[in-house]
Design a protein. Structure first.
Length: 346
């Protein structure tokens, strides 16, 4: 289920604009017949293919059958897992109504994680009723009190953002600390953010670094990303693009699209790593396919300059437009410059 974070996700490539020059392009993105292979399209297709593989579907179906059997046999934890199956369509057609019923039953039977997961469905508006934010906060509190790290993290977010409860940074910090101690990497990331910015307590950069490291070790993509950013910029740690690259790579592998994008920026423009435009293209494309609009702008940038792939103004415009429509001002600016130069359709 959702594990939201409020970590400061700053983008190394956000201010990148066009610079003159490029390389001759890469054969990696040219098919045998000479046609250009769009890297984002290729990654998105590969992701769809992987998601539809029979092995994965079969595993989910088997797990669903076990959860169904366990729930029918009176195991509330199995009911909680069955509820998530229906919520996420794991091994069965999605059914929000059944998901809510199963999670509510499991929550009432003392499964703390089910209370937290039900809170997320309530917050998303799946459950009809007034005041979903307050109702979700109540469920997160119930989950947290029962030892759910997710419930503590999500309730902390509610207090930090004033969602369904009165904003209280000190209370949010306490909840993030509790979630972190219970094993939530995302809660450790959020606690690092609070310590880094002096929210809910004094600012302590060294403690923030330790928390981001703990978060990253626990599998928080955002924790790895934020620790990488600190190494890239020398914030409370010695500046090291090599250390940053290792952490951005882990963040990218764990699902942080901005980690892919920022690692691409190091391979394109860094000072410690050898420039590798082909690798930068792959990373920008992966970030874009994962939904990072800045990465889409950077794919356009590489198409326009012919860095790591053949020059292609039409594709550059396509990705600048995609970034622009997602709210990236630089994408709008870059698209406008292509249009004013007569190199892209209005």
């Amino acid at each position: 289920m959702r594990a939201p974070v409020i970590a400061l996700l700053l983008c190394a490539a956000c201010s990148k604009h066009r610079a003159p020059g490029g390389d001759a392009g890469s054969s990696e993105w040219v098919a045998a017949d000479g046609a250009v292979v769009d890297p984002v399209d290729a990654i998105e297709q590969a992701t769809r293919d992987a998601g539809s593989e029979a092995g994965g579907a079969e595993a989910f179906a088997k797990a669903h059958a076990l959860h169904d059997s366990g729930c029918s046999g009176g195991d509330p934890r199995a009911c909680a897992e069955l509820g998530i199956d229906f919520a996420e369509g794991r091994g069965v057609a999605g059914d929000a109504g059944r998901a809510v019923g199963l999670l509510r039953h499991a929550c009432e039977q003392g499964v703390a994680a089910a209370c937290s997961d039900l809170g997320q469905l309530v917050e998303k508006g799946v459950v009809a009723g007034d005041g979903p934010a307050a109702a979700a906060a109540s469920l997160y509190g119930r989950g947290c009190d029962g030892g759910s790290a997710l419930g503590c993290n999500d309730l902390g977010l509610d207090y930090e953002q004033g969602a369904g409860v009165k904003r209280d940074d000190a209370r949010a910090t306490d909840l993030f600390a509790r979630g972190c101690d219970l094993g939530s990497g995302d809660a450790c990331t959020n606690l690092g953010y609070m310590r880094s910015n002096g929210l809910g307590g004094p600012r302590d950069g060294a403690v923030a670094v330790a928390l981001y490291r703990r978060a990253c070790d626990a599998g928080s993509a955002e924790g790895c990303h934020d620790l990488a950013y600190r190494y890239q910029n020398g914030l409370d740690v010695p500046r090291s693009e090599r250390d940053a690259a290792t952490l951005y790579d882990k963040a990218c592998a764990l699902g942080a699209a901005s980690g892919c994008d920022n690692l691409g920026g190091l391979y394109e423009n860094g000072t410690e790593l050898p420039h590798d435009y082909e690798r930068a293209v792959r990373l920008y494309a992966r970030g874009c396919a994962m939904g990072d609009a800045v990465a889409c702008n950077n794919v356009g940038h590489m198409f326009e300059l012919g860095r790591g792939l053949p020059r292609d103004d039409a594709r550059a415009a396509r990705y600048y437009r995609r970034a622009c429509e997602a709210g990236v001002a630089l994408g709008c600016e870059n698209l406008g410059q292509l249009q004013r130069a007569g190199r892209a359709a209005p």
